[in-house]
Design a protein around this ligand. Structure first.
Ligand code: G6P
Length: 491
């Protein structure tokens, strides 16, 4: 019988695989898309860990199973629950609210009830598979109530929470009818991690303004029901990728050959521009395409000389805002191709698919200019993958200021995606950059990405968790009648 409890339990909305069942009932799995899985996969692969998450299928009861050495614990969701908890509260309430209301968040009480119910289900599954004194690492906005729920069930475990997306300002977060419950859910963790210092600062401001806890510095404490002081850290831990692994992948002869083949399939244009995103309104895909269209219109480029490849992987297709975006993007692509395409020279190659990592690496190598133009983005790991792939020091990265990656990747050409004229200049600068400048910038970018990889990120988060757990293992009695207190050790 396989082992059933683990020293490290990862809890995320999705398992790192997508499950499909054939008509004959045979279950197969493939790697799931998204930044979170990309980041965590190498962390759990090298640890004695279990991963609790949803399989991606509805009404599918599955026993825990081993996949590539990780013990996977599927959490079942019915079709109704997917609609209310995943498509509804997670992706039509929290997602737009946390991304600065680029789309309008919808507030529905039935969605909130489902969110609470499903968070409790994840908490129970984690509690059942955590060894005594284990570390449980909970991920992302779909599961913000799990830390406090799990603490109730298993006070012996150490709890970390990492938010992969931005955390909004108190003015926006304050719109949420269940704002206090969400904050109290998160405060069940020992360490609450964010991508950028500004996200962590927003969270602390929300806690201070909307609860009785004063969280004025990175480390603060609250007085528990038992009257002891519990330390909590809320700080930034910018996530990354398996940079060395990605760089190695991009050195493989078959990947290099595929990159050359892609350029030739595109008709060997002088300049290949590339966008790679989930088809999501936060990614600034419409802005990106508009800029490209205007450059064609102004005849600063033409379709035989320059082509744009836009990979837009299907995402959250039952949510209205995503359906609208797809319509808008496809209309814009069609219009530009109709107007500026030439026989044998398509202006925009629009690919509504997901691709395996090898193909992505080949695309990065084939692209002279990588366009990351998010309107708001927790980190953006695509930008880091592009840099890691460019062992040849070629290529140029255009990067939105509104990504977490912009804090670190200062060698990129920074853009405000709302500034269409500014973006046009940035595209031209990137496309016709003198090789010496391109090399210099890429070297700078690579230093950052290769030195701060996902292993380092996980290590620094887990180390912070250990230090906080150690502090909390020796509780000091707090003042009677005090519900909260501010920190004594700012860092
Ligand atoms: C982002 C989120 C993840 C999510 C991923 C894919 O990276 O931070 O939590 O898993 O998008 O989205 P999906 O809705 O398909 O899980």
């Amino acid at each position: 019988m396989s082992k059933e409890s683990f020293d490290l339990v990862v809890v995320a909305n999705r398992l790192p695989v997508d499950i499909t069942t054939s008509v004959a009932g045979e279950v197969t799995w493939t790697r799931s898309p998204g930044g979170l899985v990309t980041a965590l996969d190498p962390v759990v692969r090298n640890a004695d860990a279990a991963w609790v998450g949803w399989s991606g299928a509805t009404d599918l009861a599955l026993d825990p199973f081993d996949a590539d050495g990780t013990f996977l614990v599927p959490v079942e969701l019915s079709a109704d629950e997917v609609e209310q908890y995943y498509e509804g509260f997670s992706n039509d309430t929290l997602w737009p609210l946390y991304h600065d209301v680029i789309a309008s968040p919808a507030f529905h009480r039935a969605w909130w009830d489902a969110y609470r119910r499903i968070n409790a289900r994840f908490a129970h599954a984690a509690a059942a598979h955590a060894a005594p004194g284990a570390k449980v690492w909970i991920h992302d906005y779909q599961l913000q109530l799990v830390p406090a729920m799990l603490r109730q069930l298993r006070p012996d475990v150490t709890i970390g929470f990492f938010n992969h997306i931005p955390f909004p300002s108190v003015e926006l977060f304050g719109q949420l009818p269940w704002r206090r419950q969400i904050l109290e859910g998160l405060l069940g963790a020992d360490v609450i991690g964010f991508q950028r210092p500004s996200d962590a600062a927003n969270f602390r401001r929300c806690v201070t303004r909307l609860t009785s806890v004063k969280a004025r510095s990175r480390q603060f404490s609250l007085i528990t029901d038992q009257g002891s002081r519990r330390h909590i850290v809320a700080g930034s831990f910018p996530i990354s990728i398996d940079a060395a692994g990605f760089s190695e992948l991009a050195k493989k002869p078959e990947v290099l050959a595929r990159a050359a083949e892609i350029r030739s399939e595109l008709g060997n244009p002088q300049i290949v521009m590339l966008g790679v995103d989930r088809l999501d309104y936060t990614k600034g895909i419409r802005h990106r395409i508009k800029v490209y269209g205007e450059l064609l219109r102004d005849q600063r480029i033409n379709a035989s000389q320059c082509t744009l490849v836009q990979v837009a992987s299907p995402s959250r297709e039952n949510v209205g805002a995503y359906q609208e975006l797809r319509e808008q993007v496809e209309v814009a692509v069609g219009r530009i191709n109709g107007e500026y395409g030439e026989l044998g020279h398509t202006a925009i190659h629009y690919l509504h698919h997901s691709y395996p990592q090898e193909e992505m690496a080949a695309l990065y190598l084939a692209a002279d200019v990588m366009l990351v133009t998010s309107l708001r983005d927790g980190m953006n790991l695509v930008a880091k993958e592009y840099v890691a792939a460019r062992n040849d020091l070629g290529g140029a990265l255009v990067l939105s200021e509104f990504t977490g990656a912009a804090d670190e990747l200062t060698g990129a050409i920074m853009v405000n995606p709302h500034d269409i004229d500014g973006m046009k200049e940035a595209y031209m600068h990137a496309a016709f950059m003198p090789p010496a400048e391109a090399r210099r910038r890429m070297l700078r970018l690579r230093r950052k990405v290769l030195n701060n990889d996902v292993a380092k990120w996980a290590h620094s988060f887990l180390q912070s968790l250990e230090v906080t757990a150690e502090l909390n293992a020796h509780p000091v009695l707090g003042g009677a009648g005090t519900s909260a207190s501010s920190a004594t050790t700012p860092s």
